[in-house]
Design a protein around this ligand. Structure first.
Ligand SMILES: [Zn+2]
Ligand SMILES: [Zn+2]
Length: 764
């Protein structure tokens, strides 16, 4: 063994794993299978160090499952479809998507994303992920993956679960496409609340507070609360809309908030979801004020062609000039923005394909009940989201680097026709794979040119991991997928949509178990962002401290599901534990392991009793997918008990060739290495292969050996106290620790350990 552990040795271990194909999934194995729906990361820039920690934690859980005797299918995917890379290309070339030749744009996206994905995969290997990077690697933009997305869609479409709807959609003018509720995030914005006077036709006025005066042109009614005494007399009267030569009726409706603004509200198409609801409920005629280009439409009169913000400014000025602006005050409000481009969302009527989801929400709650969650509280996150869903899922997008919607339309009768499931289709360039329209017999078709929301791809990862449409026999035996590990931030989309899809496709819950990990924050508890300047690059951290130190820090930092704070000093600190483990192993390696278990002395039985409790604690933690317990208990055992006390007590016995002491040292090391192997895959494997041959990762986790339990562990506190007392006494007497000492008597209860303690302290 090398004198010291250093991170460079990890490269050597890594090379051996790759040469041996150690983590290859064996489909012919007789062991029970365990399929993991590993999150395929989205390559965009450098991998976030929090994500690297997150994947490391997942790997530890997977390694635990493998060490319980399962044949684990742990795939490695990259989720490459989507708007992020498209925006990168558009920005880099200063050329918006719709001005590109589609084929060239797609090619450019592929070129752009390839090296980013490669770097990410290299980092995944470097940090020790035990995925099957060869046989079970996938890209969501590959024909092989996209054909699955399309086949699933064709099935849903043919079953009538997809419909075309023209309705106000969440629209991102930055990305030029409609998006889903799950793609929206909320941002605190500073705005201005303007109180505008709406003159009543019969005289008098109603003051209305709004942050969006540019939408006046699309106002179709004014509402007040039925129980609001300030407005009772005005209900049913007509008001004239400021700046617009049009009258609308004042109505009583419980959606008006008496405590907001003046209590009266203008209802426009569309400022928010309440507007959408009321237009539908009251049968109001929609006026489209904002176009898909983010500019005001002709309906906005003088403001036509202006950007939304400019129009807002102009409207305020014009109201002021007309003497209809009563008040202006600053206001903080939650603005819905696109989570990708951060553009404020507009509600624009669009024709989109929708997948039904509102109807089946109660069913989905049952699916959620059928899954086990780690930590158990994370189940509620999904239930809360299910409760908040209000509209069906718009699944069509007007983008290019996505999976194509596999539909052709008959040019004669407009019927939408699905091709047979199986191949990968590109209707925007491929001819229709059928001859005649089943409706009218027409022979000419127009290919759909829209694509899918990327969650339509991502919500199939579990099907793909379980070999859907690839190996039907395997799929049958391994669906639901055994484990979905994922971050808390994508419960509302990834976990929700997967649950929806599996409900439709398999009429079942998607997973047996769901693990939801916390988020990686900086050391002050803030999210890491380029703009905050607190981003830590993972590559250099791994180079400096090694993957094992990084992983040990991640495991020992927090309990399952909790957020963790990333602090390089703590990662560096974890290295000390690795050195300790290495030094202990080196010491033990100098004694050859006896073949058979000899008769043990009480001191040996005592430490084995402690090992028994350690095993119980490790199993308990691992079973709950909580690495905090195993990591901290192993460190505590190794450092504060085994090395500090037991090793010191039996050192002289070992040097004298005492077989019982040597056997016990090895027994402890063997168990410790195995319990730490999921967390510290490099150092444990290096030690194991040097001392015992083979890879520790082919071992199973030891149980808590029942015969090892002993009452001698009641003496642990006394042993620690006595040893500390002697060490302190020697220190006070300015003696070195291996000098003899007189006048200290052994407590009676420690009689069973007399020989070891006398030798250790040279008691006289
Ligand atoms: Zn966007
Ligand atoms: Zn037809």
């Amino acid at each position: 063994m090398d004198k010291q552990w250093n991170p460079d040795l990890e490269q050597e271990v890594l090379a051996r794993w790759q040469a041996e194909r150690l983590y290859r999934f064996d489909p012919h194995s007789k062991k029970p299978f365990f399929v993991v729906d590993n999150p395929p990361p989205y390559p965009s820039g450098t991998w976030h160090i929090g994500a690297v920690a997150h994947y490391s934690l997942i790997d530890m859980v997977v390694r635990f499952e493998r060490m319980t005797g399962s044949e684990v299918l742990y795939p490695w995917g990259l989720d490459r479809n989507g708007i992020n890379i498209e925006l990168t290309v558009e920005r880099a070339t200063k050329k918006p998507l719709h001005r590109w030749d589609r084929e060239e744009f797609i090619e450019r996206c592929r070129q752009e994303i390839q090296p980013i994905g490669d770097a990410l995969t290299a980092l995944a290997r470097r940090v020790g992920l035990s995925c099957d990077f060869e046989d079970h690697a996938y890209l969501t933009d590959s024909p092989e993956y996209r054909r699955i997305t399309q086949a699933v869609f064709i099935d849903l479409f043919n079953r009538g679960l997809v419909y075309v709807g023209t309705r106000p959609a969440f629209y991102c003018t930055g990305c030029g496409t409609s998006i889903a509720e799950a793609d929206i995030e909320y941002r605190e914005d500073q705005g201005t609340l303007s109180t505008v006077a709406f003159p009543l036709v019969d005289g008098g006025e109603i003051p209305i507070a709004t942050t969006r005066p540019e939408l006046l042109c699309s106002c179709q009614t004014v509402i007040v609360h039925p129980e609001d005494p300030r407005f009772t007399a005005m209900v049913g009267k007509r008001v004239r809309i400021p700046l617009v030569d049009r009258e609308v009726e004042v109505r009583a409706h419980p959606s008006a908030h008496m405590e907001f603004g003046t209590g009266a509200a203008m209802i426009c198409s569309y400022g928010d979801t309440t507007d959408i609801q009321l237009f539908r409920e009251l049968g109001l005629k929609e006026i489209q004020a904002i176009g898909t280009d983010g500019r005001m439409t002709a309906a906005a009169g003088n403001y036509a062609g202006l950007k939304v913000k400019e129009a807002r400014q102009r409207a305020v000025e014009d109201l002021q000039a007309a003497g209809q602006l009563r008040k202006q005050e600053p206001v903080t409000h939650k603005t819905p923005v696109c989570e990708r481009s951060k553009t404020p969302i507009e509600f624009i009527p669009m024709e989109d394909l929708y997948l039904k989801q509102v109807d089946v929400l109660p069913k989905l709650r049952e699916r959620v009940a059928a899954m086990e969650f780690f930590p158990p509280r994370s189940r509620q996150l999904l239930l809360n989201w299910i409760d908040s869903v209000t509209i069906d899922w718009p699944i069509s997008r007007r983008r290019f680097f996505h999976t194509e919607i596999p539909l052709w339309y008959c040019t004669r009768c407009s019927k939408a026709i699905t091709p047979p499931p199986g191949p990968y289709y590109r209707p925007w360039k491929d001819p229709a794979p059928f001859d005649a329209c089943p409706g009218c017999g027409g022979r000419e078709f127009r290919g759909e040119d829209r694509v899918f929301d990327t969650w339509m791809d991502s919500s199939n990862t579990n099907l793909v991991a379980s070999q859907y449409l690839k190996d039907e026999a395997f799929f049958k035996g391994n669906f639901p997928t055994h484990l979905r590990p994922q971050g808390r931030d994508i419960v509302r989309n990834w976990l929700f949509y997967t649950t929806l899809k599996s409900h439709y496709v398999m009429d079942r819950e998607p997973f047996h178990k769901v693990l939801v990990t916390g988020m990686g924050l900086d050391k002050h508890g803030r999210a890491m962002h380029k703009s905050t300047g607190n981003v830590i690059e993972p590559g250099p951290v791994l180079a400096r401290h090694g993957a094992d130190a990084f992983r040990f820090w991640a495991a020992s930092e927090t309990n399952v599901g909790d957020d963790f704070r990333i602090d390089e000093e703590k990662i560096a600190g974890a290295k000390k534990f690795l050195s300790k483990l290495w030094n202990v192993a080196r010491f033990i390696s100098s004694f050859e392991e006896p073949h058979e278990r000899p008769e043990l002395r009480p001191a040996d039985r005592w430490i084995l009793g402690e090992l028994h409790s350690l095993a119980e604690a490790c199993w308990e933690g691992y079973r709950q997918y909580n690495l905090f317990g195993p990591a901290n208990r192993c460190r505590d055992f190794l450092w504060n008990l085994f090395a500090a006390h037991y090793m010191e007590m039996v050192k002289s016995r070992a040097y004298q060739g005492d077989v019982a002491a040597v056997w016990t040292l090895h027994a402890c090391l063997r168990d410790l290495l195995r319990f730490l192997a999921p967390i510290l895959p490099f150092v444990t494997d290096k030690v194991w292969s040097s001392l015992y041959g083979g890879s520790v990762h082919r071992e199973t986790l030891p149980g808590a050996h029942e015969g090892w339990k002993t009452d001698l562990t009641d003496l642990t506190e006394a042993v620690i106290a006595f040893n500390s007392e002697v060490w302190n006494a020697k220190k006070l007497a300015k003696k070195s620790l291996n000098e003899p000492v007189a006048g200290i008597s052994l407590p009676t209860e420690l009689e069973p350990f007399r020989a070891e303690l006398v030798a250790m302290h040279r008691l006289q």
